[in-house]
Design a protein around this ligand. Structure first.
Ligand code: AMP
Length: 615
C-alpha cells in the first residue's frame, strides 16, 4: 500500500466543492471522486458545457448533480435545473441521489416527473416550485404544453443516458425541450456510447463543450479467470455467502463502494460465522497494516475493502476477488482483479452486476482481454452438496481427534443400553452438533421473471391490478380512512424498509388499505424491518396481496431463510413444537447414575419398527 497514490488522488474539496457538499459526501462514505467526477465537477463548476462518455456505475450522477446543487439559488423558487432521463426508473434514481446529496443544503426541492404516474402529485409539486426537475422527455413535454412547467429561468440542463433516450424514440422530444429553454444555459450530456446522432445533438445545442471520457485500461491478468453474476442489490449478500460455500479458495478480497459499506458487510459476514475484516481509508495506517497481516497469516480469510484502501495490496493468499459493487471504471476493475493471480498463481475474479449495470459489464468485457463468463448464483442444491461433502470430511478428520476413543466407548455403551443402530446414534450426534440450525438450505423457488427495465414512452399505462414483470402487489393496512397519501406510504416503506423510490410501482389507496407494487422478490429482511412500522399511528402490516382480501398475519410467513435468494413470502405451517414431557422411563443424567447395562429397547408394536426407549 503506498501513501503517495492516496495523496495524488484529488479530494472532493480539491475539486472546488463547497463544505456542506464535501461533508455530505463524507457522511455517505464516499472516499474519493471517481474519474468522471474528478474531471466533470471542476469543469461544470467553472461553467463549461460537458459531454461525458460514461456508463451507469461510474458515478456520473454525482458528477453533474453536485455542481448543480452548488450553483442553484434556493431562495429563487423557479425551476433552475432540469435533468432528462430515458426511464421512470432512472428518473427516480437520479432524483433520490440528488436529494441525498442535498441534505446539508436546506430548502432545495427536487421533483421527479415521469409518465405512468398521475398528474396530481406532479402538478402540486410544480406549483410549490421545484428547483430541480428530473423527468422523462414525454412527460416533461406534457407539462410544458399544459403550462405547468416553466423553464424560462432554466440555468442548467442535463441529458442523462442520451443514447438510451434516442434509442427509445425520444429524439424529437429532447430537441423540443432543448428548443424551449433559454439560449444561455449550461448543458451536460452523458452517454454510454457516442453515435453520430449524439455528436450532432451536442454540436447543435452545447457551447464549446469539454469532452470527458473515463480512461481506458487493459488487463495483463492472464492468470485470472473472470466471471460475472447478475444479482439484484437485495440479494448480493446471499449470493456472496453462497459463493463462499461453494468456491474452493483461500483468501478473498471483496470490493464495495463506500467506507461504511466495508464495515457493514464485514459485520454481516462475521455474524454469519466468517472471519472477515473491513479495510478502508478511515482506518489508521497501523490498523490497516494489522488487517493485511491477518489476511497474510490466515487469521482472517476475508477482507472487505474500498478501491483506495486496497491499492497496491499484495497478498499471495488471495485466490478470489469479488466485485460486490461494480467498479466505477474499467481501470478500477483492472486494478481490483490484479489483487489475485499473483506470484504465478491462478486467481478468480467474480463480478456482481445488477440489471441496470449491464452496460458497465460490456465496457469491462472490452478491457478484460478475455471472455468474462456468466455464472449464476450457486443453487441451494449445489450449496447442500458442498455441505454434505464437508460433513463427510469433518467426520473423517474427527476420527483422528484425541477425544475420539473416549466418545467411542460412550457410544458403544449407549448402543448396547438402548438397542439402536449406530447410524441412528451418529445422526443424533450430528443433530446435537447443529444446535438447532437447519443443515440444508431449502430448495430454491422457481426464478422470478426479470423486472421490466424500460418505461415505455408516451401513452403507456398499466392495467389496474396487473403488476409489471418482476413486481408484485403488496398490501398495507392503512388507507383513506387514516388520511394518508402515497407520499406517506412511500416515505415510511422507503425509510424504514430501506427500499428505494425506484422500487415502487403503482400505489392504489383504498378505504381501509393500500395496494403497493414492489419487487416480487422482496426479501424477508424488508418485512422484518417494517414489522413495527406505523403510519398515522396504525401498524402497516405489510403483506403480499393475493387479490381477495384475506387477512393474514406475519406469523403465516416462513421465517426468512437468509441464504436463499429470490424467495417470495409463502405460507408457513403452524409451528408444532410439542411441550417437553417427562417420560416414565426418563433416564437421569448419565454421570449421576452408576453404570448399569439396560435391557434392549422395545419394539413399537404399531409400526413394527425399533425405537429407542428415550427420546
Ligand atoms: P452512478 O454511476 O451515478 O449511477 O453511481 C453509481 C453508484 O456509485 C451509486 O451507488 C453512487 O452512490 C456511488 N458513488 C458515486 N460516486 C461515488 C464515490 N465517489 N465514491 C463511492 N461511491 C460513489
Amino acid at each position: 500500500m503506498t501513501t503517495e497514490t492516496i495523496i495524488e488522488t484529488p479530494t472532493f474539496a480539491d475539486l472546488g466543492l463547497v463544505e456542506p457538499l464535501v461533508r455530505r459526501l463524507s457522511e455517505l462514505g464516499y472516499e474519493t471522486p471517481t474519474p468522471i467526477q474528478a474531471r466533470a465537477i471542476p469543469t461544470l463548476i467553472e461553467g463549461r458545457d460537458v459531454v461525458g462518455l460514461a456508463q451507469t456505475g461510474t458515478g456520473k450522477t454525482a458528477a453533474f448533480a453536485l455542481p448543480i446543487l452548488q450553483k442553484i439559488d434556493p431562495k429563487n423558487s423557479k425551476t433552475q435545473a432540469i435533468v432528462l432521463a430515458p426511464t421512470r426508473e432512472l428518473a427516480l434514481q437520479v432524483c433520490e441521489a440528488i436529494t441525498a446529496y442535498a441534505t446539508n443544503i436546506p430548502g432545495i426541492r427536487v421533483l421527479p416527473v415521469y409518465g405512468g404516474q398521475g398528474y396530481g402529485f406532479q402538478l402540486s409539486g410544480l406549483q410549490k416550485g421545484a428547483h430541480i426537475v428530473v423527468g422523462t422527455p414525454g412527460r416533461v413535454i406534457d407539462h410544458l404544453e399544459r403550462g405547468s412547467l416553466d423553464l424560462t429561468a432554466l440555468e442548467y440542463l442535463v441529458l442523462d443516458e442520451a443514447d438510451e433516450m434516442l434509442n427509445m424514440g425520444f429524439a424529437e422530444d429532447v430537441e423540443r425541450i432543448l428548443a424551449n429553454t433559454p439560449e444561455y444555459k449550461q448543458v451536460a450530456l452523458f452517454s454510454a456510447t457516442m453515435p453520430r446522432q449524439i455528436r450532432s445533438l451536442a454540436k447543435k445545442y452545447l457551447h464549446d463543450p469539454v469532452d470527458i471520457a473515463t480512461p481506458k485500461a487493459t488487463t495483463s491478468t492472464a492468470t485470472v479467470r473472470q466471471r460475472w453474476i447478475q444479482v439484484s442489490h437485495h440479494h448480493k449478500l446471499d449470493a456472496l455467502t453462497r459463493l463462499l460455500e461453494v468456491e474452493s479458495g483461500d483468501g478473498m478480497l471483496v470490493f464495495v463502494r463506500t467506507k461504511s459499506a466495508t464495515e457493514e458487510l464485514a459485520d454481516k459476514l462475521r455474524s454469519r460465522g466468517y472471519s472477515a475484516a473491513a479495510l478502508n481509508g478511515d482506518l489508521v495506517q497501523a490498523q490497516r497494516e494489522r488487517t493485511v497481516a491477518q489476511l497474510k497469516s490466515g487469521a482472517i480469510d476475508l477482507i472487505v475493502a474500498t478501491d483506495v484502501a486496497a491499492r497496491g495490496l499484495d497478498v499471495d493468499r488471495i485466490t478470489h476477488v469479488v466485485n460486490y459493487d461494480i467498479p466505477h471504471d474499467t481501470e478500477a476493475y483492472v486494478h481490483r482483479i490484479g489483487r489475485t493471480g499473483r506470484a504465478g498463481r491462478t486467481g478468480e475474479a467474480i463480478l456482481f452486476v445488477t440489471p441496470r449495470e449491464r452496460r458497465m459489464l460490456s465496457a469491462i468485457e472490452k478491457v478484460s482481454g478475455r471472455p468474462v463468463e456468466e455464472m449464476s448464483v450457486p443453487s441451494a442444491e449445489e450449496v447442500n452438496e458442498r455441505r454434505a461433502g464437508r460433513f463427510a470430511t469433518a467426520i473423517t478428520s474427527s476420527m483422528g481427534s484425541p477425544q475420539f476413543h473416549a466418545f467411542r466407548t460412550l457410544v458403544e455403551e449407549y448402543v448396547s443400553e438402548n438397542d439402536v443402530s449406530m447410524t441412528d446414534v451418529a445422526a443424533a450426534l450430528a443433530v446435537m452438533s447443529q444446535s438447532d440450525k437447519e443443515f440444508f438450505l431449502r430448495p430454491d423457488p422457481p426464478a422470478a421473471p426479470p423486472r421490466e427495465r424500460r418505461e415505455k414512452p408516451a401513452g403507456f399505462e398499466r392495467s389496474d391490478r396487473l403488476p409489471s414483470e418482476g413486481s408484485a402487489v403488496y398490501r398495507v393496512a392503512v388507507g383513506k380512512r387514516h388520511k394518508i397519501g402515497p407520499s406517506a406510504i412511500v416515505g415510511a416503506l422507503a425509510n424504514e424498509g430501506s427500499l428505494k423510490r425506484s422500487d415502487f410501482g403503482k400505489i392504489t389507496i383504498g378505504t381501509e388499505h393500500t395496494l403497493v407494487e414492489l419487487p416480487a422478490d422482496l426479501p424477508d429482511a424488508v418485512f422484518e424491518a417494517l414489522a413495527n412500522t406505523r403510519i398515522s399511528g396504525k401498524l402497516i402490516d405489510l403483506q403480499p396481496d393475493d387479490g381477495p382480501p384475506i387477512k393474514r398475519t406475519r406469523e403465516d410467513r416462513k421465517p426468512y431463510d437468509k441464504s436463499a435468494p429470490g424467495k417470495k413470502p409463502y405460507a408457513k405451517k403452524p409451528y408444532e413444537k410439542k411441550p417437553y414431557e417427562k417420560k416414565p422411563h426418563e433416564k437421569k443424567p448419565y454421570e449421576k447414575k452408576p453404570y448399569e447395562k439396560k435391557a434392549p429397547g422395545h419394539t413399537d408394536s404399531a409400526s413394527g419398527t425399533r425405537k429407542p426407549r428415550h427420546k
